[in-house]
Design a binder for this molecule. Structure first.
Ligand code: ARG
Length: 461
């Protein structure tokens, strides 16, 4: 017989192209186990409402167990006539429990409240997986920071040499943004933990069912306050898509730096062979494909977010079939991150930094000029004049092709009488870095504290 859940008022089945357009099992089948969990909870509230006997409940739950085992083993799969995951699973239930019992489960629920609930369940699990993978990337960065606690590097603004910083401080900057992404996933979960089950098609249930009981059984914090909102809202999906797009953007900024760092010109780091690729024509090539795919996929994650927002825009309440388009973009974002995060963690943890080169480049480009200015300020010179004097030092050193620390005592005195030989004490990379010792700064003691706080934060997750 027909498997559609809505055949009664129709004199014919759907046209072929209509059915093909409608079909969603190729992507919503991954919700099958969540659907079955929802069915178990629903069967229990039907029983409590007196709509199933205890015997019927036992039979229903036994059939759902068999169905789940068959879904997991692959013995039961959707057929073309099954419009969506819900249709397929009702067919599977009826095949296992018989039409009389199997046909009772649909009372008081709609695919509209079902899909809104299952999608939330799926995304809440996905959020935990993505957060775990993100923490693996964090661990990789932390590993490198711990491996190189004292290594200096040129800190940059505008990609130009700015001031020396610790490599560990730079790596921990990326850690900070990734930990915010993990926090965002957790904050999101508090809003996503609301169950639309019991909202029905849009107006709620008339059969004395208890949405709070289902919500609790499915691990939600509460049932939806409003059945229209429960079935029609997808901001939980859009917010999830944003959080993972933001994560993608943060990852792409790390990736971009690895791409730059591993060029011949920078040579800050080399990629491990296992995490690089070669060229089919140029035998010498070692390419940073993991980093490039990270950068590339971040664009895809942004597209998934904007596509979903465009789908949601201007849809009248409550459910519209447009909403079937809500799932693939978010499923795709999750699938891409599941591929990306382990590869990125592997690539980052196996990078080899050339710390000697980083240290040698740290003072290049007169990155200690700010230290001259600040030394003069400590000597009582107004910053406006100190800045001017330090700039004068840069101009002279550049003209002579020497470093700031190589200016003679006479040259220093010519620039400003307050500029004595003692200034050379701050004209070292280590001295400059150590002087930035306010909370959050790059001084080794502050970076060590920061790293310890990060480690504690991760332990608490
Ligand atoms: N497959 C639909 C979706 O993904 C859920 C079913 C609701 N369909 C309906 N005709 N009311 O949104």
């Amino acid at each position: 017989g027909p498997t559609a859940l809505w055949g009664g008022r129709f004199s014919s089945g759907p046209a072929e192209a209509m059915a093909a357009l409608s079909l969603s099992t190729h992507f919503d089948w991954r919700l099958a186990r969540y659907d079955i969990a929802g069915s178990r909870a629903h069967a229990r509230v039907l029983t409590r409402a007196g709509l199933l006997t205890d015997d019927e409940l036992r039979g229903m739950l036994a059939a759902l167990d068999v169905l789940e085992a068959d879904v997991v083993s692959g013995a039961f799969t959707p057929v073309v006539a099954d419009e969506d995951v819900h249709t397929a699973l009702e067919r599977g239930l009826i095949e296992r429990a018989g039409a009389d019992l199997g046909g009772k489960l649909r009372a008081g629920r709609s695919r509209n409240d079902q899909i809104a609930t299952l999608f939330r369940m799926y995304l809440r699990d996905a959020a935990r997986v993505v957060a775990g993978g993100t923490l693996d990337v964090v661990e990789a960065l932390l590993f490198q920071a711990q491996l190189h606690p004292d290594a200096a590097m040129p800190g940059r603004t505008h990609l130009q040499h700015a001031q020396p910083v610790l490599l560990a401080h730079h790596l921990l900057a990326h850690v900070q943004s990734l930990l915010r992404d993990v926090d965002r996933l957790r904050d999101w979960d508090a809003r996503a933990a609301v169950s639309p089950y019991g909202s029905g098609a849009l107006a709620g249930s008339s059969l004395g069912l208890d949405p709070a009981a289902i919500a609790e059984e499915l691990g939600f914090d509460a049932p939806a306050e409003n059945s229209i909102d429960g079935t029609a809202s997808r901001d939980f999906a859009a917010e999830f898509a944003f959080v993972v797009a933001m994560l993608g953007v943060n990852l792409s900024r790390i990736a971009e730096e690895v791409i730059i760092w591993t060029t011949a010109e920078f040579s800050y780091a080399t990629l491990d062979d296992a995490w690089a690729t070669g060229s089919s024509i140029m035998p010498q090539k070692k390419n940073p494909d993991v980093a490039e795919l990270t950068r590339g996929k971040s664009g895809r994650l942004i597209g998934n977010l904007t596509g979903l927002l465009a789908t949601l825009k201007a849809q009248p309440l409550a459910y519209n079939r447009d909403l079937q388009e809500d799932k693939e973009p978010v499923f795709d974002s999750v699938a891409q991150l599941e591929l990306l995060l382990p590869a990125l963690a592997g690539m980052l943890s196996t990078l080899t930094f050339d710390t000697e080169r980083l240290a040698a480049l740290a003072p290049a480009g007169f990155t200690l000029a700010t230290d001259i200015a600040e030394w003069l300020v400590r000597e009582g010179v107004p910053f406006r004049i100190a800045h001017e004097a330090a700039g004068d030092c840069v101009r002279r050193a550049e003209a002579r092709g020497v470093g700031l620390d190589e200016l003679t005592d006479a040259e220093l005195a010519e620039v400003n009488p307050a500029l004595t030989a003692r200034v050379r004490e701050v004209l070292t990379v280590a001295g400059s870095i150590a002087s930035r010792d306010a909370y959050g700064g790059t001084a080794p003691s502050r970076v060590a504290e920061q790293r310890d706080r990060v480690v504690r934060r991760i332990e608490e997750y």
